[in-house]
Design a protein around this ligand. Structure first.
Ligand code: C2O
Ligand code: CU
Length: 479
């Protein structure tokens, strides 16, 4: 069947086909309403609530969410627009909102004590900034994030290209990971020492957009842009799309030369995103599994792609180009760049015996008693404010040599910038991908390059959030 007409609305494809179960309907803040207005206004109220994470007969789960939902509303803006977000804090503790991956002014970065006072209970704060890059981003608190994110405070921020690639549907999967008890309540053991000093808080229940999804309905012949966001506090995903060939077109929001992921598996550490183009090559009635195979021996079925019983959307799969237009990122001059070594240490089965804590040397046992186990350049951070690990000159190019000297995986995130991943263990990377969070394997050495063009004090930390709380954070200053 040929494509009926030209203007296929993204959401009507499946609706028109008489499917019963649909993709999860995200509370979306009107992409359709984006017209000439260049400012988008959003309200986010962080508060306790109850949502249905697991199907009956399990009860609902008490969570902390934005606007009463998990995930919070999907915020959509167009590239170059100004976003204004009024945040109300209905929690019993302070919070902030960090716009992960967005290159914004320092004062809008949402880091407690470093860039703003935490928003106290009952207080409000307005974030307002221009959004320079198109792509897939997300938002989450930066205050006690290991618990606030783990209880459900997160949402997607989608920045639409002025000229997007042609797809039939644009779908977001926010992946969440929960540690639930028998009664579907969230286990309250946040920040325990074992999680802190090992792989982080890996849960027992994975959700897509806040639900356990049995099937994700698709139609033969359609092309989907799937925006994958890892909002888990510790779990790494390795997604395999049985029967399909995903093409990666963006990583951490930034366009990348379209390619099939290594081994066909899309690997996402905490906070990382991948935009994937999927052509639905199956037949009506087919069913294919999307499996998460990252942890050996702990593979599981995430969801099934379920082909609806409708004639294919088109006779031949689309062969329109899938390369995204570039974002306005400054290109680092690697040959002239100043190099800095950033060493990540600590954790169980490591070789670290002591570290600097608040200006004093402390041994590992004393650190553990204080809830610390990790270091950046020998320092274990106890809060968000510290002397910068390095001070960079605005406008210059830098190469950071990130050395993971631990036995664990760490997704290392730099605020306020995107960087190119240029080498791993000394070997140049194939795509020199732009990222804001780079997953470092145990003992791996990763080189990143960027122009320090955004003034301010910026966090550099592990996005296994209990590693961050356990000392694996630092700041860099761009002056
Ligand atoms: Cu997604 Cu410093 O955070
Ligand atoms: Cu880590």
């Amino acid at each position: 069947m040929a494509l009926p007409g030209s203007a296929l609305s993204r959401r009507s494809v499946l609706l028109g086909a008489g499917a019963t179960a649909l993709a999860p309907i995200l509370p979306r803040i009107g992409a359709a309403a984006v017209t000439e207005r260049t400012q988008r206004e959003v309200k986010l109220a962080a508060a306790p609530g109850r949502v249905r994470l697991v199907p009956p007969p399990h009860p609902e789960t008490a969570v902390w969410g934005y606007n009463g939902a998990v995930p919070g509303p999907e915020i959509r803006v167009r590239q170059g627009e100004r976003l204004r977000v009024l945040v109300e804090n209905g929690l019993d503790e302070g919070t902030t909102v960090h716009w992960h991956g967005v290159r914004l002014p320092n004062a809008m970065d949402g880091v407690p004590h470093l860039t703003q006072k935490p928003i106290g209970p009952g207080e409000t704060f307005t974030y307002a900034f221009d959004v320079p890059d198109a792509g897939t981003y997300w938002y989450h608190p930066h205050q006690r994030s290991f618990e606030q994110v783990g209880r459900g405070l997160y949402g997607a921020l989608i920045v639409e290209e002025r000229e997007p690639v042609r797809v039939d549907r644009d779908v977001t999967w926010l992946l969440g990971d929960w540690r639930l008890l028998e009664d579907a309540s969230i286990s309250g053991d946040f920040g325990n020492r074992h999680d802190m000093s090992h792989a982080g808080r890996i849960g027992n229940t994975v959700t897509i957009n806040g639900q356990i999804l049995e099937r994700f309905p698709v139609r033969a012949g359609e092309r989907i842009r799937l925006r994958l966001i890892n909002a888990a506090t510790a779990r790494i995903f390795g997604l395999e799309f049985q029967g399909h060939r995903p093409w990666v077109i963006a990583l951490d929001g930034q366009p990348v030369a379209p390619h099939e992921p290594q081994g066909g598996r899309v690997v996402l550490g905490p906070a990382m995103r991948a935009d994937v183009v999927l052509d639905m090559a199956g037949e009506p009635g087919d069913r294919f599994t999307v499996a998460d195979t990252f942890y050996e021996g702990l593979e599981y079925r995430l969801v099934d792609l379920a082909y609806i019983d409708a004639p294919p959307l088109r006779e031949h799969l689309l062969d329109a180009a899938i390369a995204l237009p570039p974002n306005p990122l400054p290109e680092p001059d690697v040959s002239a760049a100043e190099r800095h070594e950033i060493v990540f240490g600590g954790g169980m089965m490591g070789m670290m015996s002591s570290a600097m804590v608040g200006g004093e040397r402390m041994d590992m046992r004393a650190m553990m008693r204080r809830g610390l186990a990790w270091t950046v350049n020998g320092v274990s951070a106890t809060g968000h404010v510290h002397d910068p690990a390095v001070t960079l000159t605005r406008g210059r190019s830098y190469v950071f040599d990130l050395r993971n000297e631990t036995a664990w995986w760490h997704p290392i995130h730099l605020h306020g910038h995107a960087f190119r991943v240029i080498a791993r263990n000394g070997a140049p990377t194939r795509y020199r991908e732009w990222q804001d969070t780079v997953l470092c394997a145990p003992r791996e050495r990763v080189e990143i390059a960027f122009v320090a063009d955004n003034p301010g004090d910026w966090m550099l930390h592990c996005h296994v959030l209990v590693h961050q709380a356990g000392g694996m954070m630092s700041t860099i200053r761009v002056a």
